[in-house]
Design a protein around this ligand. Structure first.
Ligand code: PLP
Length: 395
């Protein structure tokens, strides 16, 4: 199987983790060699409700028995997408009332960029240094990571970069700006939180010059920070909200949400301003709806802050310089990148799944299922501390 994986499936790096999956349930992934792995990564935040949550499996199976794909996005009335977008609007503040469902986070970012240009008639889009918004051409063009973008030039034009949390950059936003796009919490950069009123200052500046604020909640969204969406901590409502990942509890999805008047521009001048075959797919929409119902009718989100505190209590070690992030979107900052690397690889051997961050090489990601138990948190943190102790002893 490994040889076929390497031969027939296109690769993203020369050194894939290469675990061969047998099945997954709750907070654990099982491999074909009979080993059980505690999952502190949750599909890079996509499995917010853990693996195969019964409510999600039930919703998917119910929909499978009715119909699968029937028509491109937007033509037929299909109850899963209608019910999901209606429930989402109920849980979002004004003016975020209409949602366009697409197939991935990166497509949702591209859709939001198109909407901002269409709405303002301007071209400039301002993004943050060290941002990550995805890999299709629009989203990739927002990246300022030269090594990653250089081979793919020319990129989408008129992108300007500012430093996240740097208020002196506010005046970069002018009447030429279509939109400012930010991750509410910067992920790949090292799980960096916005300063207290940074986002609201950006929003105010956007309003002054007629630009739109797009917030990328693909990672912090759907409960991960202890509220349904990360922006709800920061007294700032974006003009366009971009979501994905945990939205369907493990099926491929993305979406962007805005006011009805803004969103109507995508169906006029030109008509079909954004189209997709599988966006709003009924099986995926049923999973989205079941996810949102589960998150908003149980104590799962309320428990996130307590679970964060448990992680912080247990993750104390001389090699751990900081635990950064919010809720269950955490990163351990180690003394140097070698220890971070050692920790991820050793943890894999000891039955704990951890992962790296895109830019911050001293960091190790901890983004477990929100449903993780206290016992599982203690178990995983114990493995991390044991590995760091062993590292110190071998120095
Ligand atoms: C903040 C953020 N934006 C966008 C994306 C892209 O989403 P997708 O991989 O679904 O295209 C990701 C994926 O990791 C992300 O973390």
């Amino acid at each position: 199987m490994k040889a076929d994986f390497l031969n027939f499936q296109a690769q993203t790096t020369p050194h894939p983790l290469g675990m061969q999956i047998s099945h997954a349930q709750g907070s654990f992934i099982y491999t074909t060699d009979g080993k059980k792995h505690l999952d502190f990564v949750a599909g890079v935040s996509a499995c917010g409700l853990g693996h195969r949550h019964p409510a999600i499996i039930k919703a998917i199976k119910n929909q499978l028995d009715k119909y699968l794909h029937v028509m491109v996005y937007g033509e037929y009335i299909q109850s899963p997408a209608v019910e999901f977008t209606k429930l989402l609007a109920k849980h979002l503040p004004e003016p975020l009332s209409q949602t366009y469902m697409v197939n991935s986070g990166t497509e949702a970012i591209d859709g939001a960029m198109k909407l901002a240009r269409r709405a303002t008639g301007r071209t400039q889009i301002i993004a943050a240094r060290n941002c990550y918004h995805g890999n299709s051409y629009g989203a990739l063009s927002l990246m300022d990571y030269e090594e990653r973008v250089a081979p793919f030039r020319p990129l989408v034009g008129d992108i300007t970069h500012i430093q996240f949390n740097e208020e002196t950059c506010l005046n970069v936003i002018t009447k030429s700006t279509a939109a400012v796009i930010l991750e509410t919490i910067q992920g790949g950069a090292g799980f960096i939180l916005p300063h207290e009123d940074y986002l609201s200052k950006i929003k105010r500046r956007c309003e002054e010059v007629g630009a739109l604020l797009i917030l990328d909640e693909i990672q912090p969204g759907f409960g991960r920070t202890g509220k349904l969406f990360g922006f709800q901590h920061f007294n700032c409502v974006p003009d366009i909200l971009v979501i994905g990942k945990a939205m369907a509890s493990g099926l491929p999805v993305g979406a962007f949400t805005a006011s009805k008047s803004l969103m109507s521009l995508l169906s006029d001048n030109p008509k079909l301003g954004h189209i997709t075959t599988f966006g709003g797919n009924p099986v995926i929409a049923a999973a989205c709806h079941a996810t949102l119902v589960e998150l908003t009718t149980t104590s799962i989100i309320d428990e996130v802050t307590h679970k964060e505190a448990l992680f912080r209590k247990h993750l104390k070690h001389p090699h751990i310089k900081e635990v950064r992030g919010k809720g269950l979107m955490l990163a351990i900052l180690l003394s140097d990148p070698d220890i971070a690397n050692y920790l991820v690889l050793e943890a894999k051997e000891k039955g704990l799944i951890l992962f790296w961050l895109l830019y911050e090489k001293k960091a190790v990601r901890i983004s477990p299922p929100l449903t993780i138990s206290e016992k599982e948190i203690e178990l995983g943190c114990g493995i991390i501390i044991d590995i760091l102790n062993a590292y110190s002893e071998n120095l």
